[in-house]
Design a protein around this ligand. Structure first.
Ligand code: SAH
Length: 343
């Protein structure tokens, strides 16, 4: 796995090429084939001599994750891909198309160990962290399948990105490297359940990506039931760390609030939320709950979400109700569970 060329920086590819005694510029060519010309295997490295390709093939891996199933929403064209990473590991990635703007929703782990009560991925448990190369592979695969340059990348697929910081940060650097794809960090969002050391690591790393915190409810007793991570990292401390990151990186802070009927969607819940985040420069994404089979939660009527939003707006808090996408193919937010895996 560590021999995966997609996990390597240009410098690391240069080291490989140099130590094998090939011309230095071959590394830049390999890098271009991967990030600019979207090669799918070493066979595609057309201007690279066969002896270099054979050397790479014998000692390193280069491949894009294979699509084993693909579904496309009839409602809005959202595409969900089931990708095979290795014999035992399958993950899902989603390509959203919003009026010609393409967003890739990427997984950072196979399964997830956070155990959020309402989430589909949680039912799988954590299988393993994805490597940087596997994360980059999703990006490249999604861009090829979209047949369009991606506009945004969100780490809102399977897994908790800030429990896999080493690989997630490296993948972010690989796709944003100006010598390669040069995808701006401003167009990347890392969504977290609230892992404080992970947020601090983002500061240390000097990342410039957007941060979204899954707040879910301002009621801490309820939050510890819905989001068990609240027992380790209190939401108020998470918010403090997130504010610090956003100030340092000059990015905007977003809170995700999944609206669940009769659970966290009352006027009183909205007032509690206002109390918690008032005065913070942030935006709230209200996400109507997407049904997960076997879970008791559901989304309320649209009017309920609008009333909730109105209360926030009354306090001049920016609040958007997220458009639901890919509902008919279980590709909407929080529904990724790589069901095929269970067969
Ligand atoms: N682990 C990260 C990222 C993956 S989940 C996190 O927790 O933020 C991405 C978003 O989907 C989170 O805000 C999560 O709360 C939300 N989510 C999970 N299940 C959902 C569902 N069934 N319907 C709507 N949103 C859901």
């Amino acid at each position: 796995m560590s021999n995966d060329i997609k996990s390597m920086t240009l410098q690391e590819i240069q080291d490989v090429i140099k130590s094998a005694g090939f011309e230095k510029y071959r590394a830049q060519q390999v890098h271009e084939w991967i990030y600019k010309k979207k090669a799918q295997s070493t066979d595609d490295f057309k201007n690279i001599p066969l002896k270099v390709r054979e050397y790479l093939e014998a000692n390193y891996d280069f491949f894009l994750p294979e699509i084993i199933k693909q579904q496309e929403s009839e409602i809005d064209g959202t595409k969900k891909l089931l990708l095979q990473l290795d014999e035992d590991t399958k993950i899902e990635t989603v390509i959203l198309n919003d009026e010609g703007r393409y967003t890739a929703c990427i997984s950072s782990q196979a399964g997830c160990g956070c155990g959020c009560a309402f989430c589909a991925t949680a039912t799988l448990g954590l299988k393993r962290d994805l490597t940087a190369g596997e994360i980059v592979g999703q990006f490249l695969r999604d861009e090829i399948e979209a047949a369009h340059l991606l506009d945004n990348v969100v780490f809102m697929g399977m897994g908790e990105p800030l429990l896999n910081t080493q690989n997630v940060f490296k993948a972010i650097k690989l796709i944003s490297d100006p010598k390669g794809r040069g995808f701006s960090q401003k167009r990347i969002t890392v969504s977290t359940v609230g892992i404080i050391p992970g947020i601090e690591a983002m500061i240390e790393e000097g990342l410039k990506v957007n941060l979204a915190v899954s707040l879910i409810t301002a009621d801490t007793a309820l939050r510890s039931k819905l989001v068990p991570m609240e027992k380790t990292y209190l939401i108020k401390d998470v918010i403090r760390a997130a504010k610090k990151y956003c100030a340092k990186s000059e990015t905007r802070l977003t809170f995700e609030y999944v609206l669940m009927e009769g659970v966290n969607d009352s006027a009183q819940d909205a007032e509690m939320l206002v109390e918690l985040i008032r005065g913070i420069d942030c935006r709230i994404n209200l996400i109507p709950y997407n049904k997960v089979s076997g879970k008791k939660y559901s989304s309320g009527q649209r009017e309920k979400a609008i009333s909730f939003q109105k209360i926030l707006k009354g306090y001049r808090i920016k609040a958007l109700i997220r458009k639901e996408k890919g509902v008919d193919i279980d590709a909407a937010c929080g529904q990724l569970a790589a069901k095929e895996d269970k067969k």
